[in-house]
Design a binder for this molecule. Sequence first.
Ligand code: ATP
Length: 442
Amino acid sequence: MHVAVDDTDSIDEMCTTYIISEIMSRKKYDIIGNPELVRLNPNISYKTRGNGALNINLGRGSGKKKITGMINNEYIYSYERLDEEPDEDDLMDFVYSIVNDYSVKTDIKTSPGIVISKDRFDENLYYKALEEDISIEFIENYLKDRAIYKKINTGHGIIGSVASLAWNRKKITYELLDYKYPNYGYIDKNTKMKIAEIPEKYNTTFNNIDRNNNYPAIFPKQKTPVIFGIRGINDVDLIKIYDEIKNSYNLNDRRCVIYETNQGTDDHIINDPEFLSDLGSYAITGIISSHPYVIRGGHRFINMEYKNINVKLSAFEPTKEFRKLIDSLLPGDIVRAYGSYIDGTLKLEKLMVSSVSRLFRKEPPICGSCHVKTRSKGNMDYRCPVCKKRYKNPNIYEVGRDVKPGYYEVPVIARRHLSMPVKLSNYFGEFNDMYKWDSGYR
Ligand code: ATP
């Protein structure tokens, strides 16, 4: 039986993933497969942090087992197959009491939703939740005669819960989350940077550390029961990394859980749509139609023509060195831009420069007799300052461009959960077609 939970936390308290770990720690049911952490529309304004919703499959398991976490120094295993479904009402009572105990009560915006269903839901709902802002009514209508659910406060969390069970699991990555609760603890920045180097040694991991910006990305920015989270495409490597960290540092952690996720998959990206709508995330190919411009705060913009639509591409200050790429673009460059679209602006996550336009400059010609540079008198009239000879045509020469065709992405410090790091593009085979289209630059 699938149990999905969302919207239990606030910006500085709790984390819905911890509630999943609490459900696991009670050992009342077997766990089937890994629990899932599913990221939804990154542009939804009322998200607490990363718009993540959770689900876990519980019942009596059979078949092979694998490690899915560790609680109080004991491995937690999950089964390959479900053998027997539990009673859904008992399960709801069990989950409800945990959600009730652990969800945040001090923030009126926290509105938990629990959904329990034998079956997963239609993948169209997953995509809808990545692209749009869905109403509670729509979801309640969908759930009628399909699944049981419970709402606390407005119960807004049922939207994310349903969407998480609609995830089609076509592209899967993993995240190991390590927890310490209720005493959150403190780790200094230097130690965090050293710890973040450990997963970085494995090429199956991603988004661990940003050395340029001195940012240990595996550690959350806000206060949460999560000590660190390591992301990768191989869960066995994540366990090795966890052991190595535990053997090298005493973090006093209490438990860890390995989730299957849609992080780093670009599942939110719609390729080449006819129209762009607010809150959607897109990959669009077009021609740069303006010079870059800067506004106060160091935010960069440049315009692009896409199917007769003028799209403003943006790289805000938090994207750090990525802004240099925008500075180096010129009208005529052909690019494929990835990002989310809000108010006519595509907030860039990645950019593929497909071809760069050629840049020419003109200068007064050199006098053939005196070998000195002529002076421009305007109107294509150049005169030698020595012999006064007239020349009509300037010298035209090509200037080298300081941008090369290829993929560019925002640094780890500015990366969104769903955004596929270029590093993973071969693994998912995502950009294979574009490699061909890119005509042999790599
Ligand atoms: P955390 O990452 O710490 O779990 P969060 O960023 O996921 O927090 P929540 O507190 O879970 O934030 O709030 C997100 C809310 O947005 C939930 O109520 C969820 O149901 C809702 N939601 C998610 N996607 C959509 C969507 N596409 N349309 C409408 N509501 C959505």
